[in-house]
Design a binder for this molecule. Sequence first.
Ligand code: 7TS
Length: 406
Amino acid sequence: MINVRKDFPILTRVHNGHPLVYFDNAATTQKPYQVIHALVDFLEHHNGNPHRGAHVLSVEATELYDAAKKAVARFINAKSPDEIIFVRNTTEALNLVARSYGEANLHAGDKIVIPISEHHSDLVPWQRVAAKTGARLVYMYLDDEGHFTEEDLAKIDGQTKIVAFAAVSNVLGMKRPIEKVIRKAHSVGAVVVLDGAQSAPHMKSDVQAWDCDFYAFSGHKMLASAGTGVLYGKMELLKAMEPFLSGGDMIEYVEEQSTTFAEVPFKFEAGTENVEGAVALHAAIDYLEGIGFDAIEEHEYELTKHCLEGMLKLPYVHILGSTDPEEKVGVISFTIDGVHPHDAATILDSYGIAVRSGHHCAQPLGHHLHVEASNRASFYIYNTLEEVDYFLQTLPLVRKQMGLDA
Ligand code: 7TS
């Protein structure tokens, strides 16, 4: 198992008399010293506004920003760092594609196909594209365990112009058959938008092997600071797209009544960039690559397998989606009979355990499953089997505290 807890200062916190057990990693991850120090070092020694000046700090900020792009390109195996656009988060990346690609290319009668399990950030922007263009938003409804079915995939047909899906669902934790869906989409001429918010932290991303057209993810879910996300796009698509935001740093020439735009990727990065965020993301990538995704996947598999086995022994606990650890990253959503998820999360918090409760920003999935709210435990590289054991021992106490049999 990976042993990196000493790198994460926040994990020494004690909460309600218990060592903090942080199981809300699908929401955001904690940060190692290596990332914190890179961030502080930039602010202490190199802070400048990139791409703007000839002075030393502007030059250094530019170099660090560009180095971060190279690291991201390597991390997801993009052909070129010019295909990497830094945005605030996955949400902004998906909105950029929806507005700049979707609104420009879709027409009445076209279809956008997405799974019912999508996060609102990969759903609401497509609803808005559909409303503006007259396109139809069509859902894949999945089988009882949360898998894509052949019937679902058949919805990707000749009218389909966009297929968008999360490589890993943030509620079900299930890994999607990425290449199969992309092949199907491309066979009918559709463009694929892959939401990588829950895949980039947990598995090797390879945009060239997958052949996705766009890939979006957030730095804060993979050890970096909030405020830096990534949009990858194939160069020929990005070149043909209009800018999303406009203003400083994205122009070539500005006349009184007209403007010509800078090349990709600068065309999509209006305003002063979040350089410290890019520096933090670079440090996070170096850190994750130092551990390696084979070890990360193995570690999360052990935690998930152990946790699922323990939970399945509790008759009052119900898991959403597949219970096969091979099919999941370390994300387990569940309900406890007779206990509202907010009560469960509050009681677990009183034992020092942080889990998520609510609809997890996937309300259409909740309606579809008739599970409007649930709890979610999600693991990362610093979680341990001992923490999972403590969580499993605490679940019966949640029931007892509500006056129910455990
Ligand atoms: N897509 C997926 C699959 C996500 O899990 C999330 C965030 C987003 C998009 C949006 O990412 P953001 O960085 O732009 O906010 N998911 C969650 C979650 O599951 N709990 O809190 C945030």
